[in-house]
Every structure is written in C-alpha cells, then in structure tokens.
Design a protein around this ligand. Structure first.
Ligand code: AMP
Ligand code: MG
Length: 313
C-alpha cells in the first residue's frame, strides 16, 4: 500500500508519500515567507503557484499510479488555504481514481511524532504556530491544557516582527536569546491553561522602549517555556505517565527541549522530540495519519473545517 498526504493549512504546501508500514518514500514542500504576518489569501496563492512543482518533484520518485489512498489536511487552518488544498486533492483523487479522506492537522503532528520516536503511551506537548496544547491520547485525544489566546509559535513570530526578524522568527530568536540576560516579564498559567498575549505585549513594549533585544528575547523564551514545562509536569503527575513527547514546529527549539529534559529527569520521565525535519508542517505527517486512520476504518469526509478541534475526532 502507498499513501499520499497533502498539507496546505497555513504557510506550507507539502506532499509526502508513505508505504503500508509508514516508511517515508518521498517528502517535498515549499514554505511561504510573508514580509509581515501571514496573509491568508497570499498563502493560498503561494500554494496555487507551488502545488504543481511539488507534485512534479514527487512524481520523479513515485509512480502516482501506485498510490492507493490520498489524505488531505482539512483543518484547523486558514480557510483560503484549506479550500485550495481541497480543490487540488480532489482533482488528484479523481485523476488517480483513488479515495480521498480528510485529516486533522494536529492529529498528524502527534501521529508522526509518536511514530518516529516510537513513543508508546505519552503525554504530548504540541507547540506550533497556531496551536499550543497538552494532550493525552487514549481512545481519542483529550486536551489537558491549552493556550487561551494565541499559539506559542505565533507569539514568537509576532515578537520577532517587532524585533525586525523575518518569519519564521523562531530559529533566529533562539540564537539571539543565548546572548541575553533575564528581565522580568509576566508569567501566566491558569490551572492547566496558558496565556501568551499579555507576555507578548509587555515584551513588545520593552523592545519599543529600547531595552536590549537579546534580553527581551531571552526572557520571553525563558518565561513561556517555563510555563509549558509547568503544565507538562502537572499533566505527567496527574495522569501518572512516564513519557513525554514534544511535537510541532516550536519543538525544534533547543532551550525548550533542555528545560523539559530537566523537568523529565527529575520525574524519571522519558522525553522524546520529533525529528527536526518533521517538526514543522509537512505532507508526510498527513500521509502517515491517513494510513493509520484508514487501517482503523476512520474515514473522515474531506471538507474544510477551519476550527477543527482534535478532541472532537
Ligand atoms: P508549524 O506551524 O508546526 O509549522 O510551526 C511553525 C512555527 O514554529 C513558527 O511559528 C516558527 O517560528 C516556529 N519555530 C520554528 N523553529 C523554531 C525554533 N527553533 N524555536 C522556536 N520556534 C520555532
Ligand atoms: Mg502545524
């Protein structure tokens, strides 16, 4: 069996192919790089301009006639991007005369993380542009805690913009933050939930006031990542699990990994991190999740679902 997955919910247009055991056979993607923040219509235009090129690259490695199933990420995401992805995937499914199923983007980040790290029964910290959630997956996905406003990745990118760093700002902020000293920023954990926008506002105000960029960026990481470590620790204690996996684009951050490692070591918890190449959005995670859902006879109708929550699957 060969499964093709298509990702186009936000900034990335990606296609991946896996075999019936989940082995990755091909992965191609292009990432939209806006000057300011993501403009949904522009992102959809980017996908329209890049989709054929990406498919051609896949076709150099895979005979598309051998594809048995197609998965398309149908939410959560930006409506113009979801609509274009659906149009593209319907056309491809018709051409190949193969079934097309809808895939939840967050589930895909988690499933590729679990598959590649061989985690068995973990608590999941899912940190990406638009999403920040602590999840437990046992007959469905239970959200144990989450952001009450913006995702940590979006907060990082917005702060980056204020500091003159282009999108995606995460890697550059991580580098600059190493040179900074700690300055006080608000800390906002409410039970199992988190808020980032107040911290972001204060950090942006400090940059506007002319405080040292490296200090503000350093402190922003320290505070936000401590908050994430705190809720993860509480989740691990409450559910009594000894495994934590870190998934999503922000999972690439070494300082976040280090903080979680310290907390996990204290609790004798095993921490695993999704490999860098598959941390950010990609088509392979959609293909892999399509394979898993197909085997479990979960066939979700492919229709755009911009606010699709993982706990409703
Ligand atoms: P995703 O939406 O899962 O593709 O993740 C994209 C987000 O990950 C963007 O907000 C990036 O700024 C963020 N990101 C990527 N690399 C890093 C990093 N090293 N540290 C922090 N955030 C990062
Ligand atoms: Mg994502």
């Amino acid at each position: 069996m060969k499964v093709l997955g298509i990702e186009s919910t936000a900034h990335t247009f990606g296609i991946g192919v896996v075999d019936g055991k989940g082995k990755i056979l091909a992965d191609e993607r292009n990432i939209y790089q806006p000057k300011e923040g993501i403009v949904p219509i522009e992102a959809a235009d980017f996908h329209r301009e890049n989709s054929s090129k990406i498919l051609e690259k896949i076709e150099k490695k895979i005979n598309l006639e051998e594809i048995d199933l197609i998965g398309i990420s149908t939410g959560p995401g930006l409506p113009p991007c979801l609509n274009y992805g659906l149009k593209f995937s319907r056309k491809l499914a018709e051409r190949l005369k193969k079934p097309l199923i809808g895939i939840n983007h967050c589930q895909a980040h988690i499933e590729i993380g679990k598959f590649l790290t061989k985690a068995k029964d973990p608590i999941i910290l899912y940190v990406s542009g638009g999403n920040t959630q602590i999840i437990y997956n046992n007959r469905g996905y239970k959200i144990l805690g989450e952001t009450q406003d913006i995702g940590i990745g979006n907060a990082i990118d917005k702060l980056g913009r204020a500091a003159g760093i282009k999108f995606p700002a995460g890697p550059e902020i991580e580098k600059i933050a190493k040179q900074g000293k700690f300055v006080l920023l608000p800390y906002s954990v409410k039970g199992m939930d988190l808020n980032f926008s107040g911290i972001l506002t204060e950090a942006m105000r400090k940059i506007e006031k002319g405080e040292k960029k490296e200090d503000v960026l350093h402190s922003f990481q320290e505070v936000c990542f401590s908050m994430l470590a705190e809720v993860c620790e509480r989740a691990l204690a409450a559910i009594e699990k000894n495994e934590l996996i870190l998934v999503g684009g922000v999972a690439q951050n070494k300082r976040l990994q280090q903080m979680l490692k310290i907390m996990c070591k204290d609790r004798k918890v095993k921490l695993t991190v999704v490999p860098k190449k598959f941390a950010g959005d990609n088509g392979t995670m959609i293909a892999l999740t399509a394979l898993i859902n197909w085997k479990e006879e979960k066939r979700i109708e492919p229709k755009a679902n911009p606010n699709w929550r993982i706990d409703s699957i």
